[in-house]
Design a protein around this ligand. Structure first.
Ligand code: ADP
Ligand code: MG
Length: 369
């Protein structure tokens, strides 16, 4: 479809990292802890992620792996017992950490908006949709009734809802319509970045798909960037530019969506791919991933995925893997310590090309970090 060049388009260079100029969001080594009586839970552990203008980044992982906590930390929406214990978040070159509430309020909605996991909880149940849109616009200084009415109707139309529903209360809408209204609300000011936390998870498979298509079309039309969280990896396969797989609060794999899908490097990514049916692909038995994610309140030696990993080696149980760079993908797995073995590529292991006196390409990429 034709896209209106309202904003800069995504810097679609090769994978893992973006050029400094091509970043709208820069998350560096972000860590979040929940301080509980029984001990601290390390829910997000040194996560780094860049997002380019107009880019669509998917974040996937099982329930409890820290996806929502990460998004809340990025948007500065965490409340006790959660606290950011390290790292930085910069949006359009400005640090969000340390901003006053007033400064944050000015950024939220206008430049960066967030669509929460449950629209029923995020929408005010005793206010009509239109009144909630009006509040958001008033809070950002829009006074003209006509402007508010026109823009509210416009964004609702964009998500395929008749503007007559501005008078409806959340309970009068279906789950899908509530989610769409949340997305409409997030677009009131045409932000540069919309962060979405499982916005389709309450919907059936067909409604999920159609909402995804709609989000993608709006993104292409209006040019905003999207960070889209889901536990269903197959859902984002056709929509995201890059994919970040999270496990137990850490980045397990981060790369171009196609690469991660076609040849997942991390055994966890491979397991997630098998855990969800492809909507168009042939019906195959779902193998899933046996076991469950680790208890994050207990520090674990070695790789966090080791107890469930089908490819576990002895060393994995004692050596925590760093993120390795393999063909532009970042992967936290000792299998890739020496370079470019891509499981499932069909061509077998590619030996690292170690020139005398230099590291492997993977080493060099790593040292730039
Ligand atoms: P996801 O969105 O991937 O399902 P969350 O970010 O909600 O994961 O949770 C990550 C981990 O953080 C959970 O496994 C849990 O241990 C912890 N956690 C989340 N919310 C809370 C909370 N309100 N209080 C204490 N611990 C929490
Ligand atoms: Mg969540």
């Amino acid at each position: 479809m034709s896209s209106v060049p309202a904003k800069a388009s995504a810097a679609s260079g090769p994978a893992g990292q973006l050029s400094p100029a091509g970043r709208i969001l820069e998350v560096r080594d972000l860590s979040v802890t929940y301080e509980m009586e029984r001990g601290a839970i390390s829910a997000v552990d040194k996560v780094s992620l860049d997002v380019a203008p107009g880019e669509f980044v998917g974040i996937v992982g099982e329930s409890g792996c820290g996806k929502s906590t990460l998004l809340f930390a990025i948007a500065q929406l965490l409340a006790p017992p959660a606290a950011v214990t390290g790292g930085s978040v910069a949006f359009q070159g400005t640090s969000l950490v340390g901003m006053t509430d007033a400064q944050l309020a000015a950024v939220r909605w206008k430049d960066l908006s967030v669509v929460m996991q449950s629209a029923m909880n995020a929408l005010n149940p005793v206010k009509a949709i239109g009144a909630q849109f009006k509040d958001a616009m008033r809070a950002h200084g829009v006074r003209s009734r006509t402007e508010i009415a026109e823009r509210s109707a416009e964004v609702l139309r964009m998500v395929g809802i008749d503007p007559a529903h501005l008078k409806s209360y959340p309970h009068q809408l279906s789950g899908g319509m509530r989610q769409r209204s949340m997305i409409a609300m997030a677009m009131l000011f045409t932000p540069e970045l919309i962060i979405m936390d499982e916005p389709t998870s309450a919907l059936d498979v067909v409604a999920q798909r159609s909402l995804m298509v709609q989000i993608k079309e709006l993104q292409q039309q209006l040019g905003f960037a999207v960070v889209f969280v889901t536990h269903d990896m197959s859902l984002v396969s056709n929509f995201s530019d890059r994919l970040m797989v999270m496990y137990a609060g850490q980045v397990a794999e981060l790369g171009v969506t196609r690469a991660v899908f076609d040849s997942p490097l991390h055994p966890y990514s491979a397991g997630l791919l098998e855990a969800f049916p492809s909507i168009r692909g042939p019906k195959v038995a779902l193998t899933g991933i046996p076991g469950s994610p680790p208890d994050l309140s207990r520090p674990q030696e070695g790789c966090r995925f080791a107890p469930r990993c089908p490819k576990v080696m002895d060393r994995c149980r004692t050596t925590p893997p760093p993120l390795y760079q393999v063909d532009g993908t970042s992967v936290r797995c000792l299998l890739h310590e020496h370079g470019r073995f891509r499981s499932g590529s069909g061509s077998g292991p590619v030996p690292p090309t170690a020139a005398p006196g230099t590291g492997t390409p993977a080493d060099e990429a790593r040292s730039e970090h």
